[in-house]
Design a protein around this ligand. Structure first.
Ligand code: GLA
Length: 382
């Protein structure tokens, strides 16, 4: 059953009524630009063809009822007194969006909604942003408001920063709102200028490999990295690492504490890799693409230190398989997924071989699937 069908069935079962409002928002894959977003840098993601569906209706009172169809949990809240709920932390992503819309003067009252998703949580594919953004679009249908798409991405990010407590950048929410069928996306996180980037070759597939080792960004490592990056920027008298030039950095890096030095070196080099990748991926020569993916992963592993033994293994093995142009980890890190660029014809053999390597080494089944870069969030016609 699709997420939409599961959400429809759950609506009938829980609320005994047909939904009058519905929205879909996709997850994302970050092709290049790891942890550059909150440093004001560049990112190159694509929206996934998987996402989160929210279906329901306004209720005319103050009560918010949310039902998570995937793990059968029901929770009730009041639209007037919103607070994070440690017993139902899954709902915080949606409630945070309600709060941000209220802060912008949108009169959000009571509603009931079911949530169903085919983006696995904790896999680095932005299940959190998919839930935040689908909530924003669902509420737009229930309580019509006019906000520019970038403002919707920003309010969803702020929901995660302020309500959930993860100091994430705007990469995930931007990708979920702005996704473009068949294209990668480029964003300058400082100026918020953005563009679609078409791949130069149509005989290459983007393949996700999920190590199925979960991570939780609320666990603290993510926020620690952010603090290390900010401290490094401050060392150079700047607010963001984006404002530190490569020359300035290489001249002064020896004076930084070791961890700050490693994190900053990753970010500054990664920004350059995003720009190089934007060029390379729009062209037809695969050699620079493979090299950039390899450098990106090595930098995460050795400098940003946010990979995992499983991710390193999957990347090392992937590039040994015929037809694989390159591979790297994607997303927050410490588990989750790799992204692989593979010749279209080689995808079945690639997936089988990589799955077998992983099974033999870990006893686990990796989930390996090609995806098509897809449209961003939208209100559903019911
Ligand atoms: C997570 C965060 C994003 C971004 C990535 C790493 O997905 O939510 O803001 O920092 O990690 O690039």
């Amino acid at each position: 059953m699709s997420s939409f069908e599961r959400a429809q069935a759950a609506c009938r079962e829980q609320f005994g009524a047909r939904p009058t409002a519905g929205a879909f928002a996709p997850g994302r894959v970050e092709i290049m630009g790891n942890h550059t977003d909150y440093n004001g840098g560049f990112v190159l993601p694509a929206a996934l063809d998987k996402g989160t569906v929210m279906l329901g209706a306004p209720t005319g009172d103050d009560a918010i009822t949310l039902y998570a169809a995937d793990f059968r949990r029901l929770a009730r809240f009041s639209a007037q007194t919103l607070q994070p709920d440690p017993r139902n932390s899954w709902a915080d992503y949606a409630l945070g969006v309600v709060q941000q819309l209220q802060k912008r003067g949108v009169p959000i009252g009571g509603f009931r909604a079911v949530i169903a998703s085919d983006v696995p949580s904790g896999s680095g594919l932005s299940s959190s942003a998919a839930l935040e953004v689908s909530t924003a679009f669902f509420l737009k249908k229930c309580f019509p408001y006019e906000l520019p798409p970038m403002e919707i991405a920003r309010l969803a990010q702020q929901a995660e920063n302020e309500f959930v407590g993860v100091q994430c950048g705007i990469l995930d929410q931007f990708s979920s709102v702005f996704g473009r069928e068949g294209s990668l996306l480029f964003l300058d996180c400082l100026t918020l200028e953005h563009d679609a980037v078409k791949m130069g070759r149509d005989d290459l597939a983007l393949v996700v490999c999920d190590s199925i080792v979960k991570h939780a960004l609320t666990g603290g490592d993510y926020n620690t990295r952010r603090v290390e990056c900010m401290d490094a920027a401050r060392h150079f008298g700047k607010n963001l690492l984006r404002e530190v030039s490569w020359d300035e950095f290489t001249t002064g890096e020896m004076k930084l504490p070791l961890n700050q030095c490693k994190r900053a070196r990753h970010i500054l080099a990664e920004d350059r890799r995003v720009l190089a990748m934007r060029e390379a991926i729009a062209g037809t020569d695969t050699a620079p693409i493979g090299r950039l993916l390899a450098e990106g992963h090595a930098s995460c592993r050795d400098l940003f230190e946010n990979t995992s033994p499983e991710l390193d293994f999957l990347v090392d093995k992937a590039v040994e398989i015929e037809g694989c142009i390159g591979a790297k980890m994607t997303g927050g890190g410490w588990g989750g997924c790799t992204i692989n660029l593979v010749e279209l014809d080689a995808v079945p053999q690639f997936s089988e071989t990589l799955a077998a390597y992983y099974r033999d080494a870990t006893g686990h089944e990796a989930l390996i699937y090609p995806f098509r870069a897809s449209e961003g969030a939208h209100i559903l016609d019911l």
